[in-house]
Design a protein. Sequence first.
Length: 412
Amino acid sequence: MRTRTRWAGRFRETDPRLVDAAVALGLVAATAVVGHQYHPDRWPPFDAHAYLLTALAGLPLALRRVAPVLVLVATCLAFAGYLAAGYQPSLNFWFPALALYGVAAQRPPRTTAAAAALTAAVVLYSGLTVPELGPLVPFVQAAAVPAVVWLLGNNARRISRRNRQLAVLTARLREAQEERARRAVADEQRRIARELHDVVAHHMSVINVQAGMAGYVFDSAPDTARAALGTISETSQEGLGELRRILTLLRSEADSGPDPDGEPATWYAPMPGLARLPDVAERVRAAGVPVDLRTVGVPRPLAPGTELCAYRVVQEALTNVIKHARPARAEVLVAYRPSELVVTVTDDGRPDHPDPAKLGVRSGHGLIGMRERARLYGGTVDAGPRAEGGFRVCLRLPVTQNDDPRGGRPPA
């Protein structure tokens, strides 16, 4: 079975022109053998002239893929000369039919019609050289043989054209799939970079401020330094927890073994949401920025993705206040509206301090990440300096009934 499959694969890899040459030589050789052994009383013997005319009629078939029309003309002329010499007509009868198949398989119907007329004339001539067939059979042969050959060749031409079209479509589909895969990878890379930036930037900013304050008051106010170190410990633990959650979600099923620290890989921490905004506000207060957290409307559960988006935007906005606007006061307003969630973060940073919006744009992460997050959920982010001083970030996210996890459909 393996040997048969191996030979079939080699045959498919063979050049079709070599196959045509082998077929032509085989047909000529078979015709010569049969003609040499066939000597009826009414037909002349198969002599050297007959061998020459047979070769002229059969050997051009080796080029039927290169010049099918010329091959048909040469084959028909040689077969007509063979008939005119009075040799047995059935020996070379199928050479013009094979040449016509080559034309029908590669040329349009108009060219094939002319080739079929030439083949019909030669077939009719071969039938008229045999009086025993009567007056009707030659005309039936002249009509039936080219018609059948034309149908087979035209069907092969249509199949070949469809195969070429399918090959083109397959190549385009493969390119489109590769492009979609590249886009998916790029989107995933941006999502991971945005998530890591939000986690690392916020926690490291708080840790940096607290570490600087602890070092400054280490000798003069040990209690304050001790409180700062406690804040550093809590913030670092929370940051490590969020990083672990991100890395766990990125793992594949193949990496389902235990973690290096002994915890199972199936551990998932809940995604942060609006309920954890007081923790963020408390960390920012510990970093020296007073934060006022207010809620307008009736709080209700939202889709995890919506809450995560709002949480990250508030976290990033307060991180920018710590890094770029101190000393300042910040206010976080969460408004639950019937059809949208509006989250506003404002601060009254010093007017002479560099604009945090420009810093965010220059860094390529802060405000860009906010807008990318909001766009994923159909929302918008409006950020810019306030006329009375400071900076304002406003997030608007559309909210529908399906966003409620207690509704009929679970959130995506």
